[in-house]
Design a binder for this molecule. Structure first.
Ligand SMILES: NC(=O)c1ccc[n+]([C@@H]2O[C@H](COP(=O)([O-])OP(=O)(O)OC[C@H]3O[C@@H](n4cnc5c(N)ncnc54)[C@H](OP(=O)(O)O)[C@@H]3O)[C@@H](O)[C@H]2O)c1
Length: 133
């Protein structure tokens, strides 16, 4: 999980960054999860035992990577943010999944098209505003 959701994101970022730096306005959007929010976990938002430890830990690590990158790249023209794509009915979706991947994909495209540099260092929910880290 850690290799996929955190180290994998690091590897992709390393590969893409030289190209992103050539853009006037680039966006590095890390697909995270509501389950990686430390604040929500600390607030008991997800109860106990329902969601796997390894996934939550991996997404929390990815979120920290997003924050590190957003600080490092601030002012460089490359914005970095995290995005929870919704509770999607996919193979790996949670038992409370209620949204089609197609609907999320449309919203994601719109998010990317309209994103401004102000998204840097922030964590968004495609369906419900902003998520606390
Ligand atoms: N579904 C949700 O409700 C939900 C909620 C929050 C966040 N997310 C995030 O959204 C992203 C996409 O999830 P999804 O629900 O669309 O899942 P999905 O439909 O199950 O697709 C997962 C994808 O990840 C690929 N994958 C799995 N292990 C891999 C590995 N070790 N190396 C490279 N690729 C690997 C799979 O490739 P193959 O098809 O080749 O196996 C597949 O294309 C994930 O980052 C997930 O954490 C999903």
């Amino acid at each position: 999980m850690f290799d996929l959701h955190c180290t994998g994101v690091m590897r992709c970022t390393r590969a893409a960054l030289p190209y992103l730096r050539r853009s006037q306005r680039a966006l590095l959007l890390n697909v995270s999860s509501r389950l990686g929010s430390l604040k929500r976990n600390a607030g008991g938002y997800f109860g106990t035992g329902r969601f796997s430890y390894d996934y939550r830990i991996a997404k929390a690590a990815q979120n920290m990577l997003t924050l590190c990158l957003s600080a490092e790249l601030a002012g460089s023209g490359v914005s970095v943010c995290a995005l929870h794509p919704g509770r999607l009915k996919t193979e790996t979706g949670a038992d409370d999944a209620d949204t089609s991947p197609g609907e999320a994909a449309e919203r994601l495209l719109n998010f990317v098209r309209t994103a401004t540099p102000e998204v840097n260092g922030r964590f968004f929910d495609l369906f419900d505003g902003e998520i606390p880290w």
